[in-house]
Design a protein around this ligand. Structure first.
Ligand code: TRP
Length: 335
């Protein structure tokens, strides 16, 4: 394989259905890249999902099929992308154990992604060790497949940086084995939540899901944060921090019209309901084909599991090859 050939790998934690933030952050890129790359992987990160849900295995189990459905409905194609389940590849766990020797506790605690998430979840010193170490296992997720291009949301960049440090240390200790990985952040690296929070997230309860009905979308858009001082139609409105305009900028294909609407809104004379109705139509146009395909695919859950089983088998073969190389490099190839 030529060194510059793209091997793409992405993953979702199966902790619930996926939302528009996932769509613009990484799903769109993974769909595009499956046509352009030498090899493409999509992993359902159930082991990582368990790092902060150890007490709720049913949630993880139920979400595996949901995230698979979301991705297939968006256009991920199992003929082009190897779709697999993390826990079914024991080599990832094995590689994680070896990588743990290459990373210090201080470095993990300094990782900005881990730090933010620990704060958000209120873990403090009582953080589960598996959670603290997830950047290490995420490095194994990527490197077992020798993936070199990783589409992610921008919150994941520090994790990928740490993966490259693991590559450097591994190569220094045991000889050139892994190449550096590159990230690919979507056009919208971070989508604002419907409440105006900087990040759309299930746990913040501010998400629009790829499976939402038109009624759900309408309700959420109608409740969107706009400008609290824009009370009457004739009032001058603010664009900054206004979720409806933030979304129109991202999702409305008619950029010229958005510029006009912004002008009108700022001058006064444009009501929230008008722009909200416009946004509902635009989001419905994006989500309805996904929702319909999802609905269709969900009728045959066995077929989805079969896709994952076949993909897992392929990924496992690749994992075994990598581990032969890794163990040889580490001088733990005994028999
Ligand atoms: N941590 C990622 C997220 O929360 C999911 C993930 C797990 C991942 N393993 C990965 C992403 C490997 C890219 C590559 O979105």
């Amino acid at each position: 394989m030529a060194k510059d050939q793209k091997i793409v790998l992405t993953a979702d934690r199966p902790t619930g259905k996926l939302h528009l933030g996932h769509f613009v952050g990484s799903i769109q890129n993974r769909i595009k890249l499956q046509d352009e790359s030498y090899r493409s992987f999509y992993m359902i990160a159930d082991v990582q999902g368990l790092t902060d849900n150890a007490d709720n295995p049913q949630k993880i189990r139920d979400s595996v099929i949901e995230v698979a459905l979301d991705n297939l409905a968006c256009g991920l194609d199992p003929k082009k992308t190897i779709m697999f389940i993390q826990s079914e590849i024991p080599e990832i766990a094995e590689l994680t154990v070896f990588f743990l020797n290459l990373v210090t506790l201080a470095r993990l605690k300094r990782n900005p992604t881990v730090k933010d998430e620990m704060k958000q979840k209120g873990f403090g010193e009582n953080v589960p060790t598996g959670f603290l170490c997830y950047p290490v296992s995420q490095s194994a997720d990527i490197l077992f497949a020798k993936a070199n291009l990783i589409p992610v949301g921008d919150d994941q960049l520090p994790v990928l940086e740490q993966a490259n440090e693991i590559v450097d240390t591994f190569n220094r200790f045991y000889g050139e084995t892994f190449d550096h990985i590159k990230n690919l952040v979507g056009d919208t690296p971070r989508l604002m939540g419907i409440d105006g929070n900087v990040k759309m997230s299930k746990s913040l309860n501010n998400a629009i899901y790829l499976s939402d009905t038109k009624e759900e979308i309408s309700k959420k858009v109608m409740n969107m944060y706009t400008d609290p001082n824009h009370i009457h139609v004739e009032d001058k409105g603010k664009i900054e921090g206004n979720v409806v305009f933030t979304y129109l900028d991202i999702f409305d294909p008619d950029k010229k019209e958005v510029t006009e609407l912004k002008k009108k809104y700022q001058q006064g004379g444009l009501g929230d309901v008008v722009i909200k109705k416009r946004l509902i139509e635009i989001l419905e146009n994006i989500i309805s084909p996904i929702r319909d395909k999802r609905q269709e695919l969900s009728k045959d859950r066995d077929a989805i599991m079969k896709i994952l089983e076949d993909g897992t088998q392929k990924a496992r073969e690749i994992a075994k090859e990598t581990m032969v190389e890794v163990k040889k490099a580490m001088k733990i190839n005994y028999f």
